[in-house]
Design a protein around this ligand. Structure first.
Ligand SMILES: [Zn+2]
Length: 275
């Protein structure tokens, strides 16, 4: 699944390629891609200029000059590609936005889980999906004062709590494992048992982890490509995720994999001691 850094990489790629381009034609080949009325979506988007590409957690916000924004969630396998070549369109291309420079913005999705929704730009904060998101790493409101109460009201395992997008926006399975390893916290530690120092470490490590991931263009777990077709190199930098049986980069102990809240979880049993 593309995580937040991957979505940020896609955002930056799209800014370079489609900003200020007018959408002259829209084709939706998979009707369920659109949340809401498909004809209304096509009618509203056609003729509009892409005036900005924003992001909130894992949601891409394709802002149009007519007061509407396309809220795009890539879910498992969604990808954007920009091309003038008709051969770039295949059976997994579910939305094709033709641009006034002759290029096409093509949305591909093998698993068909991704969704797009049109929403008034000045009412984005009222959108159900966006409204429930907690503060996200690197944002101004991602502070100890804001995050501590969101974590402490849960009695579940910290791994599960950090995956809850209403606690912190944007961290998925890969980066939660990495953050907990960096912070030396066992993934099954109960959230309400964390000390202030540990919560500060989680915040600090989330910021550094996401910052590094964005700088290296996201991970390449599965078939992820950014909007330019470049592969990210974050996978080489992961310390514990997918490293079961390999030595911990800090102490050499074998990384183990367990299930926490139904999710595959990687950690070092020596560095991350259960309380
Ligand atoms: Zn270790």
């Amino acid at each position: 699944m593309p995580e937040m850094p991957e979505v940020e990489t896609v955002r930056r790629g799209l800014i370079e390629q489609v900003l200020n381009k007018r959408i002259t034609h829209v084709e939706i080949r998979y009707q369920n891609l659109i949340t809401g009325d498909v004809d209304e979506f096509i009618e509203t988007v056609t003729g509009a200029v892409i005036s900005n590409i924003g992001r909130r957690a894992k949601f891409l916000l394709i802002e149009l000059d007519n007061g509407y924004t396309i809220i795009s969630h890539l879910r498992m396998e969604g990808k954007y590609r920009v091309s003038a070549d008709q051969n770039a369109i295949d059976k997994h291309s579910h939305a094709i936005f033709t641009l006034d420079d002759g290029q096409m913005l093509i949305y591909n999705d093998v698993r068909k889980f991704g969704r797009m929704q049109l929403w008034p730009t000045d009412k984005l904060s009222e959108n159900k999906s966006l409204k429930k998101l907690g503060p996200e790493p690197l944002a101004a409101d991602f502070t100890f004062e804001n995050i501590k109460p969101r974590i402490m009201r849960h009695r579940k395992d910290i791994k599960t709590v950090l995956l809850d997008q209403s606690v912190m926006g944007g961290l998925g399975n890969i980066y939660v494992d990495e953050v907990l390893w960096q912070a030396k916290i066992h993934p099954e530690t109960k959230a309400d048992h964390l000390t202030d120092e540990e919560i500060k470490d989680i915040i600090k490590c989330s910021n550094s982890e996401i910052d590094m991931a964005i700088k290296s263009g996201g991970s390449t777990i599965r078939t992820y490509l950014d909007a330019n077709g470049h592969k990210g190199n974050m996978q080489d930098r992961l310390k514990v995720y997918g490293k079961e049986g390999e030595p911990c980069p800090r102490c050499g102990t074998e990384i183990v994999k367990i299930k926490v809240g139904g999710r595959g979880t990687h950690f070092c049993p020596k560095c991350q001691v259960a309380k």
